[in-house]
Design a protein around this ligand. Structure first.
Ligand SMILES: C[S@@+](CC[C@H](N)C(=O)[O-])C[C@H]1O[C@@H](n2cnc3c(N)ncnc32)[C@H](O)[C@@H]1O
Length: 235
């Protein structure tokens, strides 16, 4: 199937969707459900956060991507994690669990919305993970830039038009041998649609091109849910 056909099929799926914030996964629904079901049973607070996101339409990474983030945190032994564009603490919880199981460290939760930050504090306390999380309210890329620290792992989930400009700051802050994970690289299929020149879609396309073309990163897009970039800083 060529790019235009994929784009048309996905556009019609999106039009059936009531809430434009909901991510349209490229995976057949039964495959997406199967991958989510493979994730081991979760803390009831994490499950409640998934239910809350399903009702409100808030775009969390979901169980399969969350578990991948936990796995990558464990494999890499990461103890210093920086999350750009956090929400009410769902993705943070997966990284925080990984950091805690690695022996402890810090996960930076950054969002510019005070209310979301407060919700995240409540959730992470209830999960028993708040001791490894540092909360910041503000613009995420500036907060990373001002941190003057190196990180083992950076996770990027900010507004999509801002992905390309964030890459230089991220590259400067991930230590050689560290990881970058970024969500929404397939953007519900909009990236295949030549008629979609919105700033968000253009931002994802440009970010993907920049990472793939940068010899300091070895990367791959894992096509679970909405596409997850996993990149290793080789130099
Ligand atoms: C996609 S949601 C994050 C979901 C979260 N990763 C999860 O799975 O639980 C992105 C959040 O970050 C906020 N945001 C977007 N760009 C931002 C930026 N540059 N700085 C701070 N917050 C940002 C959005 O308003 C939104 O609340």
């Amino acid at each position: 199937m060529d790019g235009i056909l994929i784009a048309e099929r996905l556009r019609s799926r999106r039009q059936k969707d009531d809430d434009p914030r909901m991510t349209v996964t490229l995976l057949p629904p039964e495959l997406a459900a199967y991958l989510d079901q493979l994730v081991p049973p979760r803390h009831h607070i994490l499950a409640a956060m998934e239910a809350e996101a399903a009702i409100s339409g808030f775009p969390i990474i979901g169980p399969a991507t969350g578990h991948l983030c936990y796995l990558l945190t464990r494999i890499s032994g990461a103890r210093r994690v920086f999350e750009l564009g956090s929400g009410f603490g769902y993705s943070t919880a997966w990284f925080a669990r990984g950091v805690k199981d690695n022996g402890g460290g810090t996960v930076h939760h950054v969002v510019w919305d005070e209310d979301l930050s407060q919700q995240a504090r409540t959730h992470l306390r209830a999960l028993g993970l708040a001791d490894v999380v540092q909360f910041h309210v503000g613009e995420a890329v500036t907060t990373l830039q001002n941190s003057n620290e190196e990180f083992d792992l950076v996770f990027n989930d900010i507004d999509k038009q801002d992905y390309p400009a964030a890459l230089g700051v991220i590259t400067a802050r991930v230590r050689p041998g560290g990881l970058l994970i970024a969500d929404n690289l397939l953007w519900g299929g909009r990236i295949f649609d030549p008629g979609d020149q919105s700033p968000e879609t253009a931002g994802i396309r440009e970010f993907t091109r920049l990472v793939e073309g940068d010899p300091r990163w070895i990367s791959s897009v894992v096509p679970i849910r909405d596409g997850v970039l996993v990149a290793w800083r080789s130099g």
